[in-house]
Design a protein around this ligand. Structure first.
Ligand SMILES: *[C@@H]1O[C@H](CO)[C@@H](O)[C@H](O)[C@H]1NC(C)=O
Ligand SMILES: *[C@@H]1O[C@H](CO)[C@@H](O)[C@H](O)[C@H]1NC(C)=O
Ligand SMILES: *[C@@H]1O[C@H](CO)[C@@H](O)[C@H](O)[C@H]1NC(C)=O
Ligand SMILES: *[C@@H]1O[C@H](CO)[C@@H](O)[C@H](O)[C@H]1NC(C)=O
Ligand SMILES: *[C@@H]1O[C@H](CO)[C@@H](O)[C@H](O)[C@H]1NC(C)=O
Length: 449
């Protein structure tokens, strides 16, 4: 068998990292330390360079292959395969993200943050709003200077704006009981699966979501939602009124969310959640969030500005999971949406929605590259992210606390699964359990704080 090694030299800020490529079955795997993906804006160029290096190495490798006349069809296929996968990062080359002097954009963003802090300060003046206002004035002066001197460090400025924005979001009024009901902050452990079962329809439905109504005062309603049509779309949700019925696949009711799975109100992707007997999901083929109230059978829509869809920013970590661009989660009094935007360089953006009005009340921007993650969930305003360890194990490795803007990237909370692929993971605030759609299997776990 033909064995080869693809060597990549990756510079992570100061230290050099050697990344050996390894031939596995018919593909070449380069395992790159994931910490390079959690890059702040200043390291963006570095990542672009690394992708470039990876491509250069591939080209060199291709050249060598030609020279040694070792044009085995399998190797050719491997090369094509890797090149196809690198294409996913093509948007990193869109240097337009930075180059077209975006001072005006910066200014607009600054004005928006300023307005929001002004309002918050008027309602509830405190030390933090006071500090923020003075920092915003400093930032405005700096932008003015950039205009005047034509000298700027856009990356640094964008990072500063992101931090200011996150602080402004965190000090905006959040319902009073929000922090008090959630004083326990970071999760410490996840149990072994307390339940494992195949979905009630078919083993071939490897994508979807399941869980329990997340509203605190709701009845014990379990739900199951499987995607059809290339694991991409869906239009019904299966409802059970007790855990026993759910376990036995009986006495369920299939509620119709849309007349067909290609209707404009049909579901796209596996990010669905149920809150207050209402299904929240990505609407068919658009960067919009839909809510379908099962009680009243009414649908509402809301645009999610800048959100990448159609596999632009799916969950990837090990292998990309199609149609996971937009992930919805629920807390005791809010619905959250987790996505990524070009503006935030493909890093995760978290927005808090008012579930009744279906509008966004807060938006935070993290440094976590969405493609470096396999799934996310929210507990009490804290975003958690998981990564693939192996076929039977997954690990929570990252948390972002929206009430403080603090990021923790040193978590290690492992949990078991029965198959490698994760379509959906959500936390239920009523019973404190995690609900996992693991290829066609449904699992739940207890959590500890
Ligand atoms: C990844 O890189 C970081 C920083 O360079 C280092 O601290 C960490 O140990 C590395 N992890 C692995 C698994 O190599
Ligand atoms: C590359 O190979 C892997 C493993 O065989 C396969 O799952 C994947 O679909 C291939 N990708 C492309 C773009 O051909
Ligand atoms: C914020 O308030 C200050 C002082 O009241 C005012 O000068 C400024 O124009 C306001 N900025 C915005 C964006 O509303
Ligand atoms: C769904 O409709 C019911 C009945 O009108 C209402 O009580 C509930 O608040 C609605 N929920 C959402 C999230 O729209
Ligand atoms: C949400 O929508 C309601 C009703 O349309 C409006 O009163 C409220 O100000 C909106 N909130 C935000 C944050 O846009």
């Amino acid at each position: 068998m033909f064995v080869y090694l693809l060597l990549l030299t990756v510079i992570v800020t100061v230290e050099a990292q050697r990344v050996p490529g390894q031939q596995k079955t018919d593909s070449c795997l380069c395992k790159i330390n994931s910490s390079i993906w959690t890059f702040p804006a200043v390291e963006f160029m570095e990542v672009t360079r690394q992708v470039q290096i990876c491509e250069d190495n591939l080209n060199e490798f291709e050249e060598k292959l030609r020279n040694t006349n070792a044009e085995l069809p399998m190797m050719e296929a491997t090369l094509q395969n890797i090149s196809a996968r690198l294409k996913a990062f093509g948007y990193l080359h869109t240097s337009g993200l930075y180059s077209a002097l975006q001072l005006q954009q910066l200014n607009r963003e600054l004005e928006e943050i300023h307005q929001s802090v002004n309002e918050t300060h008027k309602q509830n003046p405190n030390k933090e709003t006071h500090n923020l206002l003075s920092e915003l004035n400093k930032a405005k002066n700096d932008v003015q200077r950039m205009y005047k001197d034509d000298f700027f460090n856009l990356e640094t400025m964008k990072k500063r704006l992101r931090d200011l924005n996150n602080r402004a979001q965190s000090c905006k009024t959040i319902p009073n009981d929000f922090r008090s009901t959630c004083h326990q902050r970071i999760m410490t452990r996840i149990s072994s699966p307390s339940m494992t079962k195949l979905n009630s329809i078919s083993k071939s439905y490897i994508s979807g979501a399941w869980g329990r109504d997340a509203l605190l005062s709701s009845k014990e309603h379990y739900w199951e939602h499987c995607l059809v049509s290339g694991h991409k779309h869906g239009n019904t949700i299966r409802m059970y009124t007790s855990r026993e019925d759910f376990m036995a696949n009986r006495n369920y009711k299939d509620e119709q969310i849309a007349p067909s799975y290609s209707d404009k109100n049909a579901v796209q992707g596996s990010g669905t959640i149920l809150y207050d007997n209402t299904v929240f999901y990505q609407c068919y083929g658009t960067a919009e969030i839909c809510s379908f109230n099962i009680t009243t059978k009414t649908t509402k829509r809301m645009k999610l500005d800048g959100a990448g869809i159609d596999n632009k920013f799916p969950f990837c970590y090990y292998s990309c999971r199609d149609w996971t661009d937009i992930d919805l989660e629920a807390d005791p009094d809010a619905v959250w949406v987790i996505y990524a935007t070009e503006e935030n360089h493909g890093n995760i953006v978290v927005s808090r929605l008012d579930p009744l009005e279906l509008n966004i009340t807060h938006t935070w921007k993290t440094h976590l590259f969405k493609r470096s993650v396999t799934s996310t969930f929210m507990v009490c305003g804290v975003l958690y992210a998981t990564r693939f360890v192996n076929t039977f194990q997954e690990e929570v490795f990252y948390a972002f606390d929206t009430t403080t803007g603090q990021e923790i990237s040193s978590l290690s909370l492992p949990f078991e699964k029965v198959s490698s692929g994760i379509a959906n993971l959500n936390y239920n605030p009523v019973d404190g359990k995690l609900y996992l759609y693991n290829d066609a299997y449904l699992l739940s776990y207890d959590t500890f704080f």
